[in-house]
Design a protein around this ligand. Structure first.
Ligand code: G4P
Length: 526
C-alpha cells in the first residue's frame, strides 16, 4: 500500500496548451531537455498541420504518426516523475484536446506575449474552469516586442475569466529585454539569449531593495520597483492552495526558444503542481491511494498501418496499481479483459510495461472493445464522469456512395466515432446519420479513412444544423411529447441519449422559451 502512495506522490501529470504558434512544442522540448529525456533540440516534432494542407492526406497521416509518438512524454526531474500529455495543435482537433484535459491533473497555458489571448485558448480555458484544473500561465516570446505586461495580465484575466498572480515579472521586453525578477524566490534571472545553454543566469537577492539589483539593472531598476509595488498592491499574496483549487493561476514570463525562464517554470511546477487527484464516478469519488485499480479511456488511436486493424486505447490510471496480464472489468460491457502488452510511450519507442500507477497513461491494444469514457476496474461497477462531449460546430449528412459496402460503412463509422474522430447522431424520424465535428478537416479524415481502412466510400451533404443539445425533463410525458413534436429535429447520440438539433441560436432560444419543462444541455454530461 505504502509503495502506491510513494508512487502517487512522485507523479505530476499535465498538459501544455496554447493557441498554435505560441510555443507549446518549443516549451515541451525544453522540458524534455531539462529532464534528460532527449539530448538535442529539434527532437520533438510539431504536431501542427501545416498551413494550407487541409486536403493533403499525407499531412493527415503525418499528424497521426506524430501524435501517437508524442502522446505521452515522461521524464524524471528532481525526484519527480513528470508525464506530459500532448494535445493536438490544429483547432479542428480541439475535441481531442478537451478529452486529453480530462486525463491530466494540471495545465500549463502558453500565451504569446505579442499576440495575447487568442480564440482557441478561450475554449481550452473554459474546459479547465469546468473541471477546476490548476493552471500555470507562461507568457512566452519576451525577446520580442510584445504587449505591456500589465495590459496583458488584464487581457488574460478578462478573456479567460481567471484570476492571475504573477510570480515573476519582466524587466523590459523585445530588444531591451533584460530578464525577469522572481517574486516568489526573490531572485533575478538575467537574460542571455541562447538556444544552447540550459541553465538560467540566476542571481539571488534579499528583496526588491537589494542594491545588487541597481548594479545589475542600472536605471531599469526604478521601473521594476514601481511595477513590483503595484503588483503586490493589486494581486496580494500568492497562496498555493488557491492555485490547487483552480481559483488563482500563477504567471511566469520567459522565452522558450532561448531557454529562458524554463528552469524557473519547471522548478516551480515541480514544487506546486498537484499529484494525481481524486476522480468522480457516477457513484462515488475515487481516491488515488485506494488499493484497487481503476482507470478510464480518454483517447483511442487507430493503428497507422491499415493492415493492422487494432487500435491503441489510452488509459489514465486513477487508483491502485495496474498490472500486466491481470484480469480487469470493462464496466460498460461487464466483461473481464486482460492485457498482455500494455505500453508506455517513452520517446518514440513504445515499450511494454509490467505495472503502472495513478497519474500514468498507458496504451492498451484494442480490437474494438473500447470507446471513449470507458472504465476499467478490479470488479466494482463504476463509471468515471467528467469526459463529456460538446456540441459539434459543423453538421453533415452521411451519404453512402457504394450500397454494396453498407456494412463496411456502418462498421467504419461506428469505430471512427468510438475513437472520437467525430460525433454520430442518428435522426429518430428516418435513421439518417448525421456527422458532427468541430472542423472541416475531420470530414476529409473520415472519408479518407473509411475508404482506406474499411473500403467504404461516402460523401457528405451539408445540412443546416447549428447546435446539438442534449435534452432531459423531470416529466417523462413532456419529454416524450417534445420528442414527438420536434421529430424532424430529434436524433440520438451514440449512447441513445436524445439530442435536439437546433437550426439556429434564435430557434434554440425560442424552443427553450416554449418548453420550460425541458432542460437543454450543451454537453453530454449534466
Ligand atoms: P506551437 O507548438 O505552440 O504551435 O508553437 P512552436 O513551439 O512550434 O513555436 C512556434 C514558433 O514560435 C516557432 O517558430 C518557434 O521557433 C517560435 N518561438 C517559440 N518560442 C519563442 C520565443 O521565445 N521567442 C521567439 N521569438 N520565438 C519563439 P517557427 O518559425 O514557426 O518555426 P521554427 O522554424 O523556428 O521551428
Amino acid at each position: 500500500m505504502s509503495d502506491i502512495l510513494s508512487e502517487i506522490n512522485k507523479r505530476k501529470t499535465f498538459a501544455i496548451i496554447s493557441h498554435p504558434d505560441a510555443g507549446k512544442t518549443t516549451l515541451t522540448e525544453k522540458f524534455l531537455l531539462f529532464g534528460g529525456a532527449i539530448q538535442t533540440a529539434g527532437a520533438v516534432k510539431s504536431n501542427k498541420i501545416k498551413k494550407g494542407a487541409t486536403s493533403d492526406f499525407m499531412e493527415i497521416e503525418r499528424q497521426r504518426g506524430i501524435s501517437v509518438a508524442t502522446s505521452v512524454m515522461t521524464f524524471e526531474y528532481k525526484g519527480k516523475l513528470v508525464n506530459i500529455l500532448d494535445t493536438p495543435g490544429h483547432k479542428d482537433f480541439a475535441e481531442d484536446t478537451y478529452r486529453t484535459l480530462t486525463a491530466v491533473d494540471s495545465v500549463i497555458l502558453v500565451v504569446d506575449s505579442v499576440k495575447g489571448v487568442e480564440t482557441q485558448t478561450e475554449r481550452l480555458m473554459e474546459v479547465c474552469r469546468m473541471r477546476k484544473t490548476p493552471v500555470i500561465v507562461f507568457v512566452n516570446k519576451l525577446d520580442r516586442d510584445g504587449q505591456d505586461p500589465f495590459s496583458l495580465m488584464d487581457e488574460i484575466e478578462s478573456k479567460l475569466d481567471i484570476q492571475l498572480r504573477p510570480l515573476s515579472w519582466p524587466i523590459n521586453r523585445g530588444p531591451f529585454f533584460k530578464g525577469v525578477y522572481n517574486l516568489y524566490d526573490h531572485s533575478l534571472n538575467l537574460f542571455r539569449p541562447s538556444t544552447q545553454t540550459l541553465t538560467d543566469n540566476i542571481i539571488t537577492i534579499k528583496d526588491i531593495n537589494d542594491p545588487e539589483l541597481d548594479k545589475q539593472l542600472g536605471k531599469d531598476v526604478n521601473q521594476l520597483r514601481d511595477d513590483i509595488e503595484l503588483i503586490d498592491g493589486v494581486y496580494g499574496e500568492f497562496d498555493p492552495k488557491e492555485y490547487l483549487t483552480g481559483d488563482i493561476a500563477p504567471v511566469f514570463f520567459g522565452s522558450a526558444i532561448n531557454n529562458f525562464g524554463i528552469q524557473e517554470l519547471l522548478d516551480t511546477f515541480i514544487r506546486i503542481a498537484p499529484t494525481p487527484r481524486p476522480r468522480n464516478t457516477e457513484t462515488r469519488e475515487i481516491q488515488p491511494d485506494e488499493n484497487k485499480f481503476s482507470g478510464f479511456i480518454f483517447k483511442i488511436h487507430a493503428n497507422i498501418d491499415p493492415n493492422h486493424r487494432n487500435r491503441i486505447a489510452f488509459l489514465r490510471i486513477c487508483s491502485g496499481k495496474f498490472e500486466r496480464n491481470k484480469f480487469y472489468t470493462h464496466t460498460r460491457i461487464q466483461k473481464n479483459l486482460r492485457f498482455s502488452t500494455p505500453v508506455t510511450f517513452l520517446a518514440s519507442d513504445k515499450s511494454i510495461i509490467d505495472e503502472a500507477f495513478p497519474g500514468d497513461v498507458i496504451g492498451l491494444y484494442d480490437t474494438g472493445n473500447f470507446k471513449i469514457g470507458d472504465t476499467l476496474t478490479e470488479g466494482e461497477i463504476l463509471q468515471f464522469t467528467g469526459i463529456p462531449s460538446f456540441s459539434p460546430e459543423i453538421f453533415k449528412e452521411l451519404v453512402n456512395k457504394d450500397p454494396m459496402k453498407t456494412k463496411q460503412l456502418d462498421k467504419g463509422i461506428q469505430q471512427l466515432t468510438d475513437e472520437g474522430v467525430a460525433q454520430l447522431f442518428t435522426m429518430t424520424s428516418n435513421n439518417t446519420k448525421i456527422i458532427g465535428t468541430v472542423g472541416e478537416l475531420q470530414f476529409d479524415v473520415i472519408q479518407y479513412r473509411l475508404l482506406g481502412e474499411y473500403g467504404a466510400s461516402c460523401a457528405f451533404k451539408p445540412i443546416q444544423f447549428h447546435k446539438a443539445v442534449w435534452i432531459t425533463s423531470k416529466n417523462p410525458l413532456k419529454l416524450k411529447e417534445f420528442i414527438r413534436t420536434k421529430s424532424n429535429y430529434m436524433a440520438v447520440d451514440k449512447d441513445e441519449k436524445p439530442v435536439f438539433l437546433a437550426t439556429s441560436e434564435w430557434i434554440l432560444n425560442l424552443t427553450k422559451q416554449d418548453y420550460p419543462e425541458i432542460e437543454f444541455h450543451t454537453t453530454s454530461e449534466f
